[in-house]
Design a binder for this molecule. Sequence first.
Ligand SMILES: Nc1ncnc2c1ncn2[C@@H]1O[C@H](COP(=O)(O)OP(=O)(O)OP(=O)(O)O)[C@@H](O)[C@H]1O
Length: 294
Amino acid sequence: MTSAGDRAKRPVVEVRGLRVRYGPRDVVDGVDLTVAEGEVVALLGPNGAGKTTTIEVLEGFRKRSAGEVRVLGVDPERGDEAWRARLGVVLQSWRDHGRWRVRELLSYLAALYAPYRPDVFGADELLALVGLTDHARSRVGVLSGGQRRRLDVAIGLVGRPDLLFLDEPTVGFDPEARREFHEVLGRLSATAVLLTTHDLAEAEKLADRIAVLVAGRVVADGTAAELAARIAGDTEVRYRLHGREHVLSVADSTDYVRELFAEHGRAVDDLEVRRASLEDVYLALVRESEPVSA
Ligand SMILES: Nc1ncnc2c1ncn2[C@@H]1O[C@H](COP(=O)(O)OP(=O)(O)OP(=O)(O)O)[C@@H](O)[C@H]1O
């Protein structure tokens, strides 16, 4: 948070025991989740884990079957327009606005927010923030995928929200567009963000905290470093000895390497020691948490 100083950060999202049932199946199966003011939290998980469903409940677009949910202190099923105006929601692209010009669309939306928000973003300020100033007069329909997504984010930000929901914000981006997009998010220090992603590097780069969702449950929640510490025992050691490659997981790589050299000296070649990456942690969590499907 920008000027909060030492003040304790209040939660903007509080979820306890959230369940969403489709037919006979709880696709969200007892989720607990908290997001504090100004915090960026990534919901990471495999296809079908329940990420979008969870976010839709928080946005007030989907009813829950059970659980306690508060978003900005309000139950999303009872949120009014003033509450909604404090949220930014970035859905997939606004395909039906193709004929609008970029600046015109942002100005129009800003006018809709104005009665509810004291300091809506001006269109030019928003265009500069997301790097679309040069496209202010372009029609939405001619923007590239990356430009379009930046416009989506601009639309989500018009009301200067306290909380921004981003559902898979960079799907289909090239690496350059992704980097630019990450820079835009980095500039939003006062806005809490809850994003879903499949992209581990993105979660690690953007999020203060990562919640891993597998089969409708949060199986891990912490910083990337905290998640990595969960399987910190596993360090991968690779080396070549007398022309043969060896790869193994060891608990204490320093001890292992010391003994390896003591025993084999210069016969050891191509040594590599690799700590568990977030990807290793994620895959291990998914493997150990995913139910065996029929
Ligand atoms: N309207 C619906 N009716 C029945 N089942 C649904 C409905 N919407 C989603 N599901 C199911 O709920 C589960 C969770 O879906 P959800 O879209 O929340 O997952 P996700 O984690 O966002 O997946 P992805 O990463 O593929 O977007 C999936 O098995 C999906 O098939």
